[in-house]
Design a protein around this ligand. Structure first.
Ligand code: FMN
Length: 215
């Protein structure tokens, strides 16, 4: 076995493939897929998405300073791909037929709509735009988190693992795989039974202070 040295690449995988929705000043909404997106700050809650200038969405987001990041699921994988290969210059992506259909969902704080079929919609306000080269990086504050209440359990806990989230790796979409552990599990005291399946959690007797899901 030997390592090969390749030219620089974007092989930082997996990444989320999200749908970015926006609306122009006349209320004409559009949606595009983005994989070059990520969390960049916890407080204030901020994320970035890098968009090429030639995307129809680019000028809308630049002009309005608003967009929504919509998480994608197995059920939404086909439309996630479709809105990532077709431009809003040519079609209305909120008026697609059959299994490609996505519906606008009104946002609370911003004018751009979210996607109703998405389990989580992050309403964002642009704070800065950095021209990097091929892409402009939109740095944005998340001003509202909208969640589908069908993923809330009877105690009000949000169970995102039930949403069927997908990820994007090296040009391909994947469903999330098996549960491997939770944040901080590596430093928790273990029971003798080391079964780590999600439905049969036995990894810890007593939670430590290090297990908070804060980064
Ligand atoms: C999986 C996937 C990921 C993509 N990621 C990005 C991205 O991060 N940034 C970008 O500018 N375009 C990305 N694209 C391409 C745009 O989504 C595509 O050009 C789309 O048609 C733009 O739509 P619009 O012209 O209506 O804005 C991606 C496409 C796919 C299928």
């Amino acid at each position: 076995m030997a390592k090969q040295f390749w030219r620089p690449s974007n092989m930082l995988y997996p990444v989320p493939a999200v749908m970015i929705s926006c609306a122009d000043k006349n209320g004409r909404a559009n949606v595009m897929t983005a994989a070059w997106a990520g969390t960049i700050c916890s407080d204030p809650v901020m994320l970035s998405v890098s968009i090429r200038k030639e995307r129809f969405s680019h000028h809308i987001i630049k002009e309005t300073g608003e967009f929504v990041v919509n998480l994608t699921t197995e059920k939404l994988v086909k439309v996630t791909d479709y809105v990532g290969v077709k431009s809003g210059k040519d079609i209305d992506k909120f008026d697609l037929p059959g299994d490609l259909k996505i519906t606008k969902s009104p946002s609370q704080i911003i004018k751009a709509p979210g996607i109703a079929e998405s389990p989580v919609n992050l309403e964002c306000k642009v704070k800065d735009i950095i021209e990097l080269g091929s892409h402009d990086m939109f740095i944005a504050e998340v001003v509202n988190t909208v969640v589908d209440d069908k993923y809330l359990d009877e105690k009000g806990k949000f169970d995102l693992s039930k949403a069927g989230l997908i990820t994007y790796s090296h040009g391909e979409y994947y469903a999330l795989g098996k549960y491997l552990g939770k944040f901080g599990y590596s430093v928790k005291k273990r029971n003798t039974n080391t079964n780590n399946s999600k439905n049969n959690k036995t990894v810890s007797k007593k939670p430590t202070k290090t297990n908070k899901n804060k980064k």
